[in-house]
Design a protein around this ligand. Structure first.
Ligand code: EPZ
Length: 420
């Protein structure tokens, strides 16, 4: 298995190009199941999760072609090639596979998708996805670890979500786009990736209003048409590198990053004493002062994103003062804590709350993590630790960070991948 080796102590300086957003690309690939014809996406990130979703679409019969590094075209299946089942051995590797459920039921009246099961950061059920489809008239059966959903034609409904689930909303918006009549989604997720999906579906001919607010209204249409679209930049990748620049007292331009997608993160960076400025072409981050301790509570967007919690925890380890971090979205998203402890961090976890005593001088070590953002936080720790840090199981990183070692080396980091 590959590992990433980092020598700490370098101030990062220069420009980092931000890739297309993983959590926009995944629902957008699923949305390409809805129209007949060939849709083309540009600025597609070169990530393992995107390749997994492309593989799933191919297994369902769609023709997925990658021309160049960041463009994907997705063509409808020939009738005899169409399959309506997402198998366990693929779904278990990526929970977001469940995003094919809404489009397949909406367009073909049936889908059979393996239940995603738990994952490293928590149970992560899909009860809200299923509740919404049932409200639109679908019959849902659980059968040997699979969910079978059937409905001749979905009909619009008012659905009040118990939690503002991101992929749950995305699934239901895609299903409602081809349903008969009006669907109102209440307590909807407000993430920028949900807005991006609604924008692309409207380009396909859907009638969606309110994306980005807690109430989304979808007037069903009979069919959608294929489109061409360039995917928005990845706000979590940008936020991750912003923390890297801050902690190393560097000066980095995050090319293509959009400040409006990162307001809660920028506010916390500024509260930490970091200089963040929107510039032509992106976001400039300068760690020109000591890092001050700040408290973090993760919330649904526009609150502080759970996907940035691990990264800010590393910054808290080297900040002046004590930070209180509360992870309110997932019940088990502190796997990075014991690994940071081995590097000299002083962190106490009690349920959803972590208390970080700052001022640590981190030392390099061989570390590993079991989820994508925890792995990224260990690379960040390596950038400021004294000595050498080896981050193992980098396949977690490759799920969500395109060329992380090249991008960090491009701003001066002493970092390399050792193929193992
Ligand atoms: C999306 O996951 C993101 N993934 C996650 O990013 C992100 O952490 C998460 O949203 C929260 O922002 C993608 O967009 C592909 P949820 P998702 O459904 O949609 C509970 C990363 O690192 N819930 O919003 O799976 C659930 O248990 C990944 O890029 C239900 O109870 O998350 C969790 O506690 C990690 N029932 C909370 O809601 C449901 O039916 C949020 O989950 C669905 C969810």
């Amino acid at each position: 298995m590959d590992k990433i080796v980092v020598e700490g102590g370098v101030r990062l300086s220069g420009k980092i190009p931000i890739s297309g957003a993983k959590n926009a690309a995944l629902p957008l690939l699923a949305a390409a199941l809805l129209p007949s014809g060939r849709s083309i996406y540009k600025n597609v990130p070169g990530l393992a999760d995107v390749r997994t979703m492309a593989k799933l679409l191919t297994m369902l019969g769609w023709e997925v072609e990658g021309s160049g590094t960041d463009t994907l075209s997705i063509g409808s299946p020939a009738p005899d090639k169409l399959k309506l089942e997402a198998p366990y051995d693929l779904v278990k590797t990526m929970r977001a596979s469940v995003l094919v459920l809404g489009p397949l039921v909406a367009r073909y009246g049936r889908a059979r998708v393996s239940l995603p099961g738990g994952c490293a950061i928590g149970a992560r059920p899909i009860d809200q996805h299923l509740k919404g489809l049932q409200a639109m008239g679908a019959e849902v059966k659980l059968d040997h670890g699979y969910v079978d959903v059937t409905c001749k034609r979905l009909r619009g409904a008012t659905i009040v979500l118990d939690v503002p689930t991101v992929t749950g909303c995305e699934n239901l918006i895609m299903a409602a786009a081809l349903a008969q009549g009006r669907t109102v989604l209440e307590n909807a997720a407000r993430e920028p990736e949900v807005e991006e999906l609604a924008l692309v579906l409207n380009k396909m001919g859907a009638k969606i209003q309110g994306a980005g607010t807690p109430i989304i209204t979808i007037e069903g249409v009979d069919e959608l048409k294929p489109i061409e679209h360039a995917i928005i930049p990845d706000r979590i990748e940008a936020g991750t590198y912003a923390v890297a620049a801050a902690m190393t007292h560097g000066d980095v331009l995050l090319e293509g990053a959009r400040p409006e997608h990162l307001e809660a993160v920028i506010a916390k960076l500024r509260a930490s004493g970091v200089t963040v400025a929107a510039e032509a072409g992106g976001l400039r981050v300068k760690g020109d002062a000591d890092i001050r301790a700040v408290d973090i509570v993760t919330q649904p967007h526009p609150g502080f994103p759970t996907d940035m919690q691990a990264q800010f925890m590393v910054m808290a380890c080297v900040a002046r003062g004590q930070s209180i971090i509360k992870e309110m979205i997932f019940e088990n998203r502190y796997m990075h804590v014991p690994e940071l402890g081995r590097m000299g961090a002083d962190i106490t976890v009690d349920g959803r709350t972590a208390v970080v005593r700052g001022g640590a001088q981190l030392t390099g070590a061989a570390v590993m993590a079991t989820d994508l953002r925890a792995s990224a936080s260990l690379v960040l720790a390596g950038l400021v630790a004294s000595g050498t840090t080896e981050v193992l199981r980098v396949y977690h990183l490759d799920r969500g960070y395109e060329q992380i070692e090249q991008k960090l080396a491009g701003v001066g980091a002493k970092i390399r991948r050792v193929v193992g």
